[in-house]
Design a protein around this ligand. Structure first.
Ligand code: DAH
Length: 347
């Protein structure tokens, strides 16, 4: 066969060669590239080629040797990797690969901190369903059927049958206050519970509002519970959460289920109460709603309002997290971006 054809046919062979272990690979190397190998001997033959063909055939020969070397090297790497892998799999004494630990979600961290603080003054955790009925979310909490207070907490209604558009009384709870009614109808006073959980609202999603978020509800029912007790518990919480210098103020407000009702501000923890852009120059930031449980609510839950009284409060976990860690955009909490989540690794 002329040298050119021989090179061509060797190129084809090299292209197809395969080896499943180092011995087979070594045999291939010897066959083609050793001193007496087929390719090496072509270089000897090359000396006799007429000079006008030397350029073309020389290039072809060099390419053949190069490609053979490349193929053999890459096959060696593959076989080597496979061997290392097999060894690792079979070696039961080897140190395991480190497990990449995730980080706690900032909302979980803050929720746990809230629960921890209140548990130190006797609160235990109670939970209720996220898919609720009208009675527990609104009715028993003193929201009359057509009352405008319902508008402020519009939520998502669950269709009983697919395709039936009429709203039913099955809905996603708009606040954790619904857990109050569940606890009060199933437990006897004294009741001292904290109810953390997810809530839903019919809101357009933006940096400051979301269609779901998290709340922690507090409820204390006993004989002779007063507004002063409420204030004292909230002051304790605020100092534990935001630092011993924190001050609170209660402003009159309205909630159907409390009377009197209030909103609580803490002294701005950025400027220390002097006034800054965060607190809009007022020195105060609102953190929760609260009040004395309305006697109508106690009665609706079967608790004698002449014997018992109580206080309740509800706060947004996102709001508290924002104040603690300055998360400006609510959407970050649910986007699952690890660059955001990893920042809380040492918190
Ligand atoms: N449920 C209220 C809301 O979602 C928050 C709230 C206010 C809860 C006052 C309470 C309370 O228990 O007493 O806006």
């Amino acid at each position: 066969m002329a040298l050119k054809e021989t090179i061509q046919s060797l190129l084809d062979q090299v292209d197809k060669m395969s080896a499943s272990n180092m011995e087979e690979l070594e045999a291939l190397r010897i066959k083609y590239l050793s001193k007496k190998g087929e390719i090496t001997s072509l270089f000897n033959e090359f000396r006799t080629v007429p000079s006008d063909q030397k350029r073309e055939l020389g290039q072809m020969l060099n390419q053949l040797r190069q490609e053979t070397e490349n193929r053999i090297n890459s096959m060696r790497e593959k076989i080597n990797d496979q061997m290392v892998n097999d060894q690792m799999v079979n070696d039961l004494t080897r140190t395991p690969d480190p497990i990449a630990l995730g980080t706690r979600h900032p909302l979980s961290l803050v929720r746990e901190e809230i629960v921890d603080i209140f548990s130190r003054i006797g609160f235990t955790v109670a939970e209720g369903p996220e898919v609720e009925d009208d009675r527990h979310v609104y009715g028993m909490l003193n929201f009359p059927p057509e009352h405008p207070a319902r508008d402020m907490q519009d939520t998502f209604f669950v269709e009983k049958e697919i395709g039936v558009q009429k709203p039913t009384d099955v809905l996603l709870r708009s606040h954790t206050s619904s857990v109050q009614t569940r606890v009060m109808t199933t437990q006897k006073p004294p009741i001292r519970v904290l109810c953390p959980g997810r809530v839903y609202r019919n809101e357009a999603v933006s940096a400051r509002a979301h269609c779901f978020f998290h709340q922690v509800e507090g409820l204390y029912i006993d004989k002779n519970v007063s507004y002063a007790d409420l204030r004292e518990a909230l002051l304790y919480f605020s100092k534990e959460m935001f630092g011993a210098d924190t001050k609170i103020r209660l402003r009159p407000s309205y909630f159907p289920f409390t009377e009197p009702s209030a909103e609580m501000d803490i002294s701005c923890n950025i400027c220390g109460g002097k006034g800054c852009s965060f607190c809009k120059g007022t020195g105060w930031v609102e953190i929760l709603g609260c009040g004395m449980v309305d006697p109508n609510v106690l009665e609706a839950c079967g608790i004698d309002s002449k014997v018992y009284s109580g206080y309740a409060f509800g706060m947004g976990v996102e709001r508290i997290t924002n104040l603690k860690y300055r998360v400006k955009d609510l959407r970050l909490f649910s986007e699952n971006d690890v660059r955001f989540l990893r920042q809380f690794v040492s918190c």
